[in-house]
Design a protein around this ligand. Structure first.
Ligand code: SF4
Length: 63
């Protein structure tokens, strides 16, 4: 699953990755920590490549 690290994301700007998500599943209130809806995320990882600070990460799910 894709996660956004709140310790790396400075939460002081509009998240640029919102615009690149092909399924429009990243949301952000104001300049707050963006949220990814993992129900609709297709794990294309475009947002990971787009975040200049590397705050978005792919986490292997262990079941
Ligand atoms: S991995 Fe792809 S689908 Fe999922 S939030 Fe990032 S850009 Fe959107």
């Amino acid at each position: 699953m894709i996660k956004i690290d709140g310790k790396i994301c400075p939460q002081n700007h509009r998240c640029p990755a919102i615009k690149v998500c092909p399924v429009n599943t990243i949301s952000q209130e104001g300049y707050g920590l963006p949220k990814i809806n993992n129900e609709t995320c297709i794990e294309c990882q475009k947002c990971i490549r787009f975040c200049p600070l590397g705050a978005i990460k792919f986490i292997e799910e262990s079941i």
